[in-house]
Design a protein around this ligand. Structure first.
Ligand SMILES: Nc1ncnc2c1ncn2[C@@H]1O[C@H](COP(=O)(O)OP(=O)(O)OP(=O)(O)O)[C@@H](O)[C@H]1O
Ligand SMILES: [Mg+2]
Length: 470
């Protein structure tokens, strides 16, 4: 049943209709003229407005227009006297849901109201679906299963709709650009441009002409005027990649855009105003660059309103398998090669490797393996990661580095165990394999050395112990 506003200056008709609709179970309010109805519409919303067309003062069309502008999905039904069909047609054009010629049977009105309520529910449902579907579409490009990634996406969802400046930090290949894109595509600016500029790729002058544009003759090779990226991004989002690599001059100009929303083209005198949301990314430690005077402190704080830290892949190993599967599906499609997945050994290797190049490196490794694979499953050998299983210890460097003050051997053992467990995603059996000891010895050492498992990993330990093959 619905919330209904009835507006008619004909008292007995209005009251009769209100009584009948209340009896039918609706929640009904009355307004005895157009102005009263419009007043009420400013205060609250209804599912359906039933209004007489011709009234003294504000008429039914005024009520209709007010309702449409304040509550676009509210259905408006107009009651028309004989001879006003012409106005009724106009009312339909403005967006009335229906009209009923007077006199009418109460049942006829009840049927129209029921239809109007159903129609409104459907409209809401469609809007809702459209909205969530868009979100799914945008977020389904971001693959992963780790709590760390979920936390990042939570922040993305929260900040996307605002105009806040966002700083995305993280090692190379962790998905900084992908996250910046997700913020833009889920923002109110989604229909406008998402413009990317890599500050590390260009020298100072070229970078500034890229960002702000230039006038003809601004410098020797400027033979025509050029519109800068900030102008292209007007109304949309600017993604400034490698923001730590800007000269002090460029930093000052970016600060001005952030504070005053304005700049001039190189060689130009006219001040250009823009409405641009900024997302910056860096894999450098900006805080220490501020401390050493390489990066402006005021700009640092302006950029850092919200910061998102992309965790390296080795710290979110739960993402490795879903990402690898995702890349396999993509590349087997692109290469038109039937590949179903990975051998257990290959998966183990993927989990063990420490991925200094993060997700981009994983993507490349899977692409290479998909090209090389002879079978329908990718083997450990296809991955070609064997040469540097942990990625960070060079051949010549010693595995253990002793502090000059010395260290008890048992402490080194402890650290080795923790390292192996981390590398194996806290699966004891795999960690034992890495250290060439039996699972039983592993289990014993974990207990005697009192190694703490991260929360949620205990289950694996218990399940393992319960298997009785430790
Ligand atoms: N969670 C993810 N799901 C799917 N693909 C991902 C994910 N994270 C990263 N990628 C892919 O990995 C590659 C690297 O990501 P991206 O370019 O966003 O990283 P980056 O942090 O900007 O790297 P760099 O610092 O080198 O510029 C891209 O091809 C991207 O699509
Ligand atoms: Mg990038």
């Amino acid at each position: 049943m619905g919330r209904i506003l009835i507006c008619d200056d004909h008292d007995s008709l209005r009251r009769g209709l209100a009584r009948a609709l209340t009896e039918a179970g609706h929640d009904v309010e009355e307004a005895s003229n157009g102005n009263a109805a419009m007043q009420r519409l400013h205060e609250t919303g209804f599912d359906v407005v039933v209004s007489d067309l011709r009234m003294g003062g504000a008429d039914g069309l005024d009520v209709l227009r007010t309702s449409k502008s304040l509550h676009p999905t509210t259905a408006v039904i107009l009651m028309t006297a004989f001879g006003s069909v012409h106005t009724a047609v106009e009312a339909m054009k403005i967006g009335a849901f229906d009209y009923v010629p007077k006199p009418f049977e109460i049942e006829e009105m009840e049927v129209k109201i029921a239809k109007a309520i159903e129609h409104r529910l459907l409209r809401h449902e469609i809007d809702y679906l459209r909205h969530t579907q868009q979100d799914i579409y945008e977020f389904d490009r971001i693959v992963g299963a780790s709590g760390a990634l979920e936390k990042v996406l939570d922040v993305v969802r929260k900040v996307a709709k605002s105009n806040t400046t966002v700083m995305v930090r993280g090692e190379t290949g962790t998905g900084k650009e992908l996250i910046a894109g997700a913020i833009h595509h889920n923002s109110l600016r989604a229909t406008r441009n998402f413009v990317k500029v890599n500050c590390a790729a260009l020298q100072e002058n070229l970078l500034e002409s890229e960002l702000f544009g230039h006038e003809k003759g601004a410098f020797t090779s400027a033979d025509k005027q050029r519109i800068g990226r900030f102008e292209q991004a007007d109304g949309g989002t600017m993604f400034l990649d490698e923001v730590g690599d800007m000269s002090p001059n460029t930093q000052a100009k970016i600060l001005r855009v952030l504070q005053e929303h304005e700049f001039e083209r190189l060689g130009g005198t006219r001040t250009i105003r823009v409405d641009v949301r900024l997302i910056a990314a860096t894999n450098r430690n900006l805080a220490s660059m501020v401390a050493s005077g390489q990066f402006r402190e005021d700009l640092y704080y302006r950029l850092n309103v919200v910061s998102i830290d992309m965790p390296p892949l080795r710290e979110r190993k739960e993402d490795i398998a879903p990402l690898a599967e995702f890349f396999i599906r993509r590349f087997s499609g692109e290469l038109k090669k039937k590949i179903d997945g990975f051998t257990p050994d290959a998966l183990k290797l993927l989990m063990r490797y420490n991925w200094p190049g993060n997700i981009r490196e994983l993507e490349n490794a899977v692409e290479r393996a998909a090209l090389l694979a002879d079978e329908r499953t990718i083997s450990a050998a296809d991955l070609r990661l064997g040469d540097q299983p942990t990625g960070d210890t060079g051949d010549a460097a010693p595995v253990v580095k002793l502090p000059p003050t010395g260290i008890p051997l048992v402490e080194i053992e402890r650290q080795a165990l923790v390292e192996a467990l981390k590398m194996s995603n806290w699966v004891q059996k795999d960690a034992a394999e890495l250290l060439a000891i039996s699972p039983r010895v592993m289990n014993y050492k974990i207990k005697t050395l009192g190694i703490d498992f991260p929360r949620g990993r205990r289950a694996a330990l218990v399940a393992y112990a319960a298997n009785g093959n430790g």
